[in-house]
Design a protein around this ligand. Structure first.
Ligand SMILES: C[S@@+](CC[C@H](N)C(=O)[O-])C[C@H]1O[C@@H](n2cnc3c(N)ncnc32)[C@H](O)[C@@H]1O
Length: 336
């Protein structure tokens, strides 16, 4: 793979300095990808990495690492929402990291058709999926499509675009190129800083891969599995993901339950503690080298209690998004 084609792990040095693998320990890399973070951690002696990725294409890189590091490395081709099924209750997990979204290798994979400059049948499956973007676009009703675009893509013109999709599909099956054409012709404003199809493609990709549901369950299970004094670090790439991570970390690190009658110093310690109040962002130098790092935000917390189970209202708070992703039940029920 040439240098131009490889995936740049974003905020790598910042992440490593927070999880401090120089002291050894077991880490979970929930989004292995091309192994950028994993390799850096394994460079430190006395470390172990359990790596997860939903995309079976990641296995090629995982095999190379396996050959080099043998019993210090374990790869599982699963979704990170399944983190709690790894039977890790007795493992001393020191850090859990998430680098959300897709890798450069995935966006350039012509079969996945994640991008609006892809050609042919709609797909967008990242791995372990029940349906593709083709089934979603060609079968969901107008209102459902509108809500997917509005809530997952934060697209202002979702109503007109979904209406035009439903009209168009009466005469033909909608392909990637056709979808781009419908979006472009539906938009009132003709000039955008980014491609006019960016938000709709983001929404569809999130819907096909149930990315919000994945993130919420991934965070809940990470907070269960990581040990006291262990760290959870998450890199996000858009505001919706960042809002969810920020809310989860903040709500479990603020002492809402403390009564003002409790004497100072006797307050209950919270489950989590924020390491940085503001997210860490890429330096100018990193953005120059890898422009896609400009929207990356790194948030991290440290676990302060050894609880496996805890209360959180994150599922209620973002239920409106989970409900939108659940429109997919209608699609996969068709195949069972
Ligand atoms: C941005 S890339 C990670 C790149 C990696 N940090 C590196 O340095 O090579 C995101 C990866 O996470 C994987 N992924 C996304 N959502 C996932 C999920 N819910 N469960 C497991 N893997 C997921 C994708 O397949 C992709 O390979």
């Amino acid at each position: 793979m040439s240098d131009m084609e490889k995936h740049y792990p974003v905020l790598l040095n910042e992440l490593i300095s927070i999880i401090s693998p120089q002291h050894g320990g077991t880490f979970i890399d929930c989004t292995f990808g091309q192994g950028g973070y994993t390799k850096k951690i394994l460079d430190f002696p006395d470390t172990k990495v359990i790596a997860l990725d939903r995309d079976s294409e990641s296995m090629k890189e995982a095999e190379k690492i396996q050959n080099k590091f043998e019993d210090r490395f374990l790869f599982k081709n699963i979704k990170f929402s399944q983190l709690n099924n790894l039977k890790l209750k007795n493992e001393n997990i020191k850090g859990i990291i998430f680098d959300l979204g897709y890798s450069y290798t995935q966006i350039k994979d012509p079969k996945k058709r994640l991008s609006f400059d892809s050609i042919g049948e709609l797909n967008m499956k990242m791995g372990i999926n029940d349906f593709s973007a083709k089934e979603a676009i060609n079968n969901l009703d107008e209102k459902e499509l509108e809500k997917i675009f509005k809530y997952l893509g934060e697209e202002k013109e979702s109503k007109r675009i979904s209406h035009n999709i439903v009209e168009d599909r009466k005469t033909r099956e909608i392909t990637t190129e056709e979808l781009v054409r419908i979006i472009e012709s539906s938009k009132r404003k003709k000039k955008y800083k980014t491609h006019s199809a960016t938000k709709i493609f983001q929404a569809l990709r999130m819907f096909v891969n149930k990315e919000i549901t994945e993130l919420i369950y991934g965070l809940i299970n990470a907070a269960k599995v990581v040990k006291k004094d262990g760290i959870i670090a998450v890199v996000t790439f858009h505001s919706l993901e960042d809002r969810i991570v920020k809310y989860f970390f903040k709500s479990l690190s603020e002492n809402n339950s403390v009564s003002r009658y409790v004497p100072k110093g006797k307050e209950e310690e919270n489950l989590l503690k924020l390491i940085n109040k503001k997210p860490i962002i890429a330096s100018k130098r990193e953005i120059n080298e890898n422009p896609s790092s400009r929207s990356a935000k790194l948030r991290c917390v440290i676990k302060k209690k050894n609880f496996y189970d805890f209360k959180t209202d994150i599922l209620d708070k973002f239920n409106y998004l989970i409900e939108v992703e659940n429109y997919s039940k209608k699609l996969w029920k068709k195949w069972y």
